[in-house]
Design a protein around this ligand. Structure first.
Ligand SMILES: [Zn+2]
Length: 62
């Protein structure tokens, strides 16, 4: 597992998956939900909704 490259928070597998899905599929460093939201300039809930959405459609990264 990994830690957020920005705030060093321990990452959940969902956070790694959404980062891969939205930013870079082959990424080896990731951002947590909060830092990813900040990076994209959206509220954290948007990231949560995206995670739910990708799970629902059966994205293989999750
Ligand atoms: Zn972070």
């Amino acid at each position: 597992m990994a830690n957020c490259k920005e705030c060093d928070k321990y990452l959940k597998s969902d956070e790694i998956a959404i980062y891969r899905r939205l930013i870079h599929r082959e990424a080896e460093e990731y951002l947590c939900r909060e830092c990813l939201a900040k990076y994209l300039g959206v509220p954290t809930e948007v990231i949560d909704k995206r995670i739910e959405y990708f799970k629902k459609i059966g994205c293989t990264l999750f």
